[in-house]
Design a protein around this ligand. Structure first.
Ligand code: SAM
Length: 546
């Protein structure tokens, strides 16, 4: 009898201890002290598990408490973005009670944040079955709607910026989902791995949408401290990326697949399957690597991208805006001075689309720097990136680099001389050395500054008249060589305006306007409503007038 009494007393004491721990953990959770709440729940969970190993008169009550503790620890871990650990907790809770509403909601939110919309939808649907819990009904329905929409977007990539543009970028930014279109990863003849088109696509076609691992944004000061401010932003970005890699083995694994710029690095020879980059890729497919901060630093050096915000760049506002980040799949795109894709930064996502028609099997390349520059300047810029570009255009222009006259003409661009004479002499020189076909586009792109300046001056154009080629001809050959580009469209639009063709912007299109619209699609991707694309193109002229 005495023994039984002692046993009951022990149980009561243990229960009191559990009760106390649970209250403390709940309080910490309510106070949003996530790390401390996790510690308290961890303590509670291990005590609970110990108790469950013993014969106990309140097994089912203990099981319920354990389920709730896992669920609450999952919530705290979710808030700290420790997604993998939070998901494990959800699964433990659901093992005990498969329809536990709070856990289903938490798991749905985690999967949603991991862009795994299909699986998130399953959780929210299961949670939705319990209609009695009406307090969460509105939030749940909102999640269900967003999940359905984003799941469709992740399959089709069919987002449209039209209404946002037509609203002057003042409305809500369109919500995007990650999307992998007709692309694959293969060994590249340019360098290491690259991204390739799997089918023929026309100019403007969306190929990829990918969400940043981390970004850092700000308006740079307009004085000498600007460089310091950039350094601070860079350091913050490094911290954010390291933190994401520390918390998630998938992120760690994927980052380690990017180039660290070192030639002959074995890891660079491995060509990962594109499916690994899909949010649904199973965790087991990523070998668990230790965090290597030095390696992440080298990788960031080579792969981080400076973003241009569509609204700020197009509207000409915030010209001191600076944003930098790491976008995984976009990091596999190599550079070329005759690129075929462009990127558009929208919120935390980057969308990559064809900036000209692309054939199946072609490697996708974008310009890491301004390619409307002479060969020698581009060579310098590519050296700054740590490589020497050997694209077809560079190879071709290298064969002409000994040409004394071209070298002299290159020196005078932007020096206040009559650019009509530079263009004239260049065109004559091209005839003499028999530059033909695409070659003409290459050279004109390299001397773009001269064409731009000449066509901007009524006086120069009057003086040189038919002795220099019409702007339409120049634009066509340059676009054929390097694809669509803002400065080219700007020139085309200015030409349209001068010829009184700008009226076509508001009404039905002339042939020239249609050409400008195609170039616009090359720059911004397919914008569904014509008027929205026209608005974007019009900005080029409006800013000319300011
Ligand atoms: C963002 S990564 C591009 C993907 C990279 N090829 C890979 O294997 O992961 C940038 C690095 O690729 C290489 N790269 C990119 N474009 C190149 C080019 N045109 N010529 C030579 N190397 C290039 C350089 O090492 C550069 O630092």
């Amino acid at each position: 009898m005495k023994e039984v009494v002692e046993e009951v007393q022990d149980i009561d004491e243990e229960e009191a201890k559990l009760q106390q721990l649970r209250s403390k953990a709940t309080e910490l959770l309510l106070r949003e002290e996530w790390t401390e709440a996790i510690d308290a729940y961890s303590h509670f969970i291990s005590l609970c598990q110990e108790q469950l190993l013993k014969p106990h008169h309140q097994q089912s009550k203990l099981q319920k408490s354990l389920c709730l503790a896992h669920s609450n620890r999952a919530e705290a871990r979710f808030r700290l973005k420790e997604f993998a650990a939070a998901l494990k907790d959800c699964d433990e809770a659901l093992k005990i009670e498969c329809a536990h509403l709070k856990t289903l909601l938490c798991k749905g939110k985690i999967l949603f944040d991991l862009n795994r919309y299909g699986s998130a939808l399953e959780c929210f649907r299961a949670a939705n079955l319990d209609t009695q819990e009406s307090f969460n009904f509105k939030t749940l329905n909102e999640y269900l709607d967003r999940c359905k929409k984003l799941e469709l977007l992740s399959k089709t990539g069919s987002f449209d910026l039209s209404d946002w543009i037509l609203g002057g970028f003042r409305g809500k930014m369109p919500e995007l989902a990650e999307y992998i279109g007709g692309v694959e990863i293969k060994k590249s003849e340019i360098s290491g791995k690259g991204l390739f088109a799997t089918k023929n696509v026309e100019c403007g076609t969306l190929l990829l949408v990918t969400k940043a691992i981390a970004t850092e944004r700000g308006i740079l000061p307009q004085d000498d401290s600007s460089q310091n401010a950039q350094m601070v932003m860079w350091k913050n970005l490094v911290d954010k990326v390291v933190e994401s890699a520390r918390k998630c083995s998938r992120t760690r694994g994927l980052i380690s697949m990017l180039s660290d710029g070192e030639e002959g690095n074995d890891d660079m020879d491995v060509v990962p399957e594109i499916d690994l980059f899909r949010p649904e890729a199973e965790e087991e497919r990523f070998s668990s690597r230790d965090l290597d901060v030095d390696n992440i630093l080298s990788i960031l050096d080579v792969n981080s991208l400076v973003e241009g915000s569509i609204s700020s760049k197009v509207l000409g506002k915030n010209s001191y805006y600076h944003g930098v980040g790491l976008w995984l799949l976009a990091s596999l795109v190599n550079h070329s001075c005759e690129p075929n894709v462009r990127r558009l930064h929208i919120g935390d996502h980057v969308a990559i689309h064809a900036s000209r028609d692309v054939k199946a099997g072609e490697e996708l390349t974008f310009a890491y720097f301004d390619v409307l520059q002479p060969f020698s300047t581009r060579e310098e810029m590519s050296k700054n990136w740590g490589f020497i570009c050997n694209c077809r255009r560079c190879k071709y222009e290298k064969t002409l680099s000994h040409n004394q006259e071209m070298a002299e003409l290159e020196m005078v661009i932007g020096k206040g001389l009559d650019m009509g004479s530079v263009v004239y002499r260049l065109e004559e020189c091209m005839k003499r050395v028999m530059v033909r076909g695409k070659g003409k586009g290459y050279i004109r792109a390299s001397f773009w500054g001269a064409y731009e300046e000449a066509s901007g001056s009524e006086k120069v154009m009057r003086k040189w008249g038919r002795r220099i080629p019409a702007i339409g001809t120049v634009v066509e050959s340059v676009v054929d060589a390097i694809g669509s580009e803002e400065r080219i469209v700007k020139l085309l639009m200015a030409g349209l305006k001068k010829n009184g063709n700008v009226a076509a912007l508001g009404g039905c299109g002339s042939v020239e306007m249609e050409k400008a619209m195609k170039l616009g699609r090359g720059i911004y991707g397919k914008i569904m409503k014509r008027q929205a694309l026209k608005n974007l193109l019009q900005q080029f002229i409006i800013h000319e007038e300011i």
